[in-house]
Design a binder for this molecule. Structure first.
Ligand code: KIV
Ligand code: ZN
Length: 516
């Protein structure tokens, strides 16, 4: 396949996706997502913004070591320190990319950067050259390109390509563009920039007007050959273009786009679930491709049609995107070696035998309650082990809840705070409410509950319930997750996880702060 009909898929779930309030990921979680993206054959994985914090740096380093097939990338503002941090974090990568950017719109240059356009251009050239001194593969982004003047874009992009950028990214940073206009912008740039054939043109669209995917596809139709996107459309504010929609739109309408990606589409649903469970952002049922209803035919007429001839109402096959692929992988009789091997396939490794034994004990406990264990169960089990192993302030020791028709539900629990156990009980409007109120008797957190949601991890009534609790305190938002076959226990675990995250107070630099 020639370069011109190959679409590069650049995933930024772990960088722009992580900029969604509350969606932060630990190093181990990023490694698991990185492995899943690699298995899906994503071309480029943006693992984070190395200069943001020591934690971000360590995560990129870990992903760069774990992922061997895909290119691993770090974002960097167009400044020395950011580029040096990115290069250092990527040192062990098999294939490394530095993605450097600077704002190019009149409004950003004047008010955010307080720089004249010529100085911005010089800074961009400097940054690209500096990045090229570390790696061959350098991407340059014109932040807020959607609102930048084409004349200036032409000048700065031509200079960035001359300086060594191999990929030029045109972000619609604030989600302002309209498909026809955005497609025309890409075509104009490709036509007017004399050295445009020396780089791959990329787009990165935000979804503020619900047009991120439409804008990206309009760009592809007009010559863009890389799309930056995220699993489940996660991302800053209203999110980014959803990877699954870009991939399936170009594949389903190959007749129109005449373009192919390298993606193994059967990995789409499992990866969507993994990201949802790690971030605690549930997928809405009617979400295209990965929503629970995406392939469900409710109306009788549709069902009849599908049974007679599937293509009457289905444009894609559910199994092609990984629905129904959740086969039972383990059970009560599976041994430690099989358990370890399966987790290794999922990107989870154990540093000590004690850690493996601890996880295996949890697995056996779960297998006693639930006959069939799926990959999703194993992922949830590992997330929980990681959350429990952290040096946390609060730990759930025991929980008993009582509810009966016509009676007020009561929860009694033992909660340890800084190693000291407290026995508390509370009534509530339901058993979950009672359990969370009992926890608050000890924590007295002063946090606001922004979201409480329960999802079943797999099918069947013996499934584990996965609970997400989003708390806000003093402007900080965290998501706590917990899974258990008992949803009251899962809720208590999720609430405690969120309380512990609030305590950790980790702070990170936002990449779009003025770095110059
Ligand atoms: O939205 C944006 O402009 C970005 C850039 C840093 C690529 O995320
Ligand atoms: Zn962005």
């Amino acid at each position: 396949m020639s370069q011109s009909n190959r679409l590069v898929i650049f995933d930024t779930t772990m960088r722009d996706g992580e900029q969604s309030p509350g969606a932060s990921m630990t190093k181990d979680e990023k490694v698991r997502i990185g492995k899943a993206l690699e298995k899906m054959r994503v071309d480029v994985i943006e693992a984070g913004f190395a200069a943001a914090s020591p934690g971000d740096f360590a995560s990129i380093e870990a992903v760069a070591q774990a992922v061997r097939e895909s290119t691993v990338c770090s974002l960097a503002r167009a400044v020395d320190l950011d580029i040096e941090r990115a290069a250092a974090a990527l040192q062990k990568a098999e294939r490394a990319r530095i993605h450097t950017f600077i704002a190019t719109s009149p409004i950003h240059m004047k008010y955010k950067l307080r720089m004249e356009p010529d100085a911005v251009l010089a800074q961009a050239v400097y940054a690209v050259k500096k990045a090229r001194s570390f790696v061959e593969d350098v991407e340059f982004s014109c932040e807020d390109a959607g609102r930048s003047e084409n004349d200036f874009l032409c000048r700065i992009i031509e200079a960035a390509i001359d300086a060594g950028a191999r990929t030029i990214n045109i972000p619609d940073t604030v989600g302002y563009a309209i498909p026809e206009e955005f497609g025309y912008k890409i075509k104009t740039l490709l036509t007017r920039i004399p050295n445009s054939d020396k780089a791959i043109f990329s787009v990165h669209c935000h979804n503020d007007l619900g047009l991120a995917v439409a804008n990206s596809l309009a760009a592809v139709a007009n010559g863009a050959r890389q799309v930056e996107c995220t699993i489940n459309g996660l991302g800053e504010r209203a999110g980014n273009a959803a990877l699954e929609e870009i991939v399936m739109a170009t594949r389903t309408r190959h007749d129109l786009f005449n373009i192919s990606t390298n993606i193994d589409t059967t990995q789409i649903v499992p990866t969507s679930r993994l990201v949802s469970s790690i971030t605690g952002f549930p997928v809405q049922p009617n979400k295209a491709i990965v929503g629970a209803n995406a392939f469900a035919h409710e109306s009788g007429i549709h069902q009849d049609g599908v049974l007679k001839h599937r293509e009457t109402y289905e444009i894609m096959k559910a199994e092609d995107v990984g629905w129904g692929a959740n086969k039972m992988v383990m059970g009560k009789h599976s041994g430690r070696a099989a358990f370890r091997a399966r987790l290794e396939e999922l990107g989870v490794t154990f540093e000590t035998d004690a850690a493996l034994n601890e996880a295996f004990t949890r697995f056996k406990e779960l297998a006693d309650k639930k006959h069939e264990i799926f990959d999703e169960d194993l992922q949830a089990l590992v997330s929980e082990a990681v959350a429990d192993a952290a040096p946390d302030v609060y730990k759930l020791v025991a929980l008993e809840s009582r509810s009966a028709t016509g009676e007020t539900p009561v929860a009694e629990l033992v909660l340890s705070k800084d190693g000291q156990e407290h026995k508390v009980s509370s009534e509530g409007s339901g058993p979950v409410d009672a359990a969370l109120k009992a926890i608050e008797q000890v924590a007295n957190s002063g946090a606001n509950l922004l979201l409480y949601s329960v999802n079943s991890i797999t099918q069947g009534t013996d499934s584990q319930g996965e609970v997400t609790v989003r708390l806000e305190k003093a402007g900080r938002i965290v998501n706590g997750n917990g899974a258990d076959t008992d949803i009251i226990v899962a809720s208590a675990k999720a609430y405690i996880h969120a309380l512990n995250l609030l305590q950790s107070g980790v702070s990170r630099q936002h990449p779009q702060n003025d770095g110059v």
